[in-house]
Design a protein around this ligand. Structure first.
Ligand code: KIV
Length: 263
């Protein structure tokens, strides 16, 4: 059955975990979809893992449109979520609408933007015009130059209060989903309990409504130092399809992430 925004809402209500992976091409889209992944995220992490960039900042709208088209062609049932890349939405709600509309025309069914309170107006603008939005808070990779590195967010009481306030404001503005990256597990749990829309975590512990990983990380393909929240799902299986099935199973059973993957 096709996964829609209504399916995701019901999964939250029923306490069924949502499974998301990043995806950049048609072949992986087919494998993930058949393994039961609920959401394929055409992430701007393609800048790192496909293009070999040191950040997501150089990724362009044309590249996001191209990869969204590829993923949509390979997919049948999963929901396709696509990132608006750096400098494609921050200027104004109108700019965000024009670029989000391009991703929707390419096959996305929801778009993701990074930012807290500053994005409330944009989320409301898009949601009111038929574009479902996933709000990405916590560590926002497009702001790496502001943080001075990829650092855990929400650690101080003040940061935690700001994050909780932002999540509620984004939901109030019409966000259909909230993604939280690299924050303490207890904070992610509090936010998840305070929202009626689903939350997805990456490095946010197990007490969220769903999980996402970058596919090349969970297949052990991407070289270099691994973040604490990454698990290699190729261990103990003999195929990529087996790794996707194992990830789906562990997220649904809430055995991933374990405490060792959380902050
Ligand atoms: O682009 C991406 O892969 C992401 C994940 C880190 C959630 O936004």
């Amino acid at each position: 059955m096709k996964t829609t925004i209504t399916t995701l809402q019901k999964m939250k209500q029923d306490g069924q975990k949502i499974v998301m992976l990043t995806c950049y091409d048609a072949s992986f889209a087919t494998l993930m979809d058949e393994a039961g992944v609920d959401i394929l995220l055409v992430g701007d992490s393609l800048g790192n893992v496909i293009q070999g960039q040191t950040s997501t900042l150089p990724v362009t709208m044309d590249q996001m449109v191209y990869h969204t088209q590829c993923v949509a062609r390979g997919n049948r049932e999963a929901l396709v979520l696509a990132d608006l890349p750096f400098a494609a939405y921050q200027q104004s709600p109108q700019q965000a609408y024009e670029n989000a509309a391009r991703l929707m025309a390419a096959g996305a069914e929801m778009v993701k933007i990074e930012g807290g309170m500053v994005m409330v107006e944009t989320v409301a603008f898009l949601a009111a015009r038929g574009i479902p939005v996933c709000a990405h808070i916590g560590l926002q990779p497009q702001s790496v130059n502001v943080y001075g590195g990829f650092k855990i967010q929400g650690k101080t009481q003040h940061e935690a209060e700001v994050l909780k306030r932002d999540a509620l404001a984004l939901q109030q503005a019409g966000a259909a989903m909230v993604l939280m990256e690299m924050i303490p597990a207890d904070l992610a749990k509090t936010v998840t309990e305070s929202l009626s829309v689903p939350t997805i975590g990456i490095g946010a512990g197990v007490d969220v409504d769903g999980q996402v990983l970058v596919v090349y990380d969970m297949l052990g393909v991407f070289p270099g130092k691994k973040a604490r929240f990454v698990k290699n799902f190729m261990h103990g299986v003999s195929s990529i399809q087996g790794a996707f099935e194992s990830y789906v199973h562990e997220v649904r059973a809430a055995t991933f992430p374990a405490a060792e993957h959380s902050y």
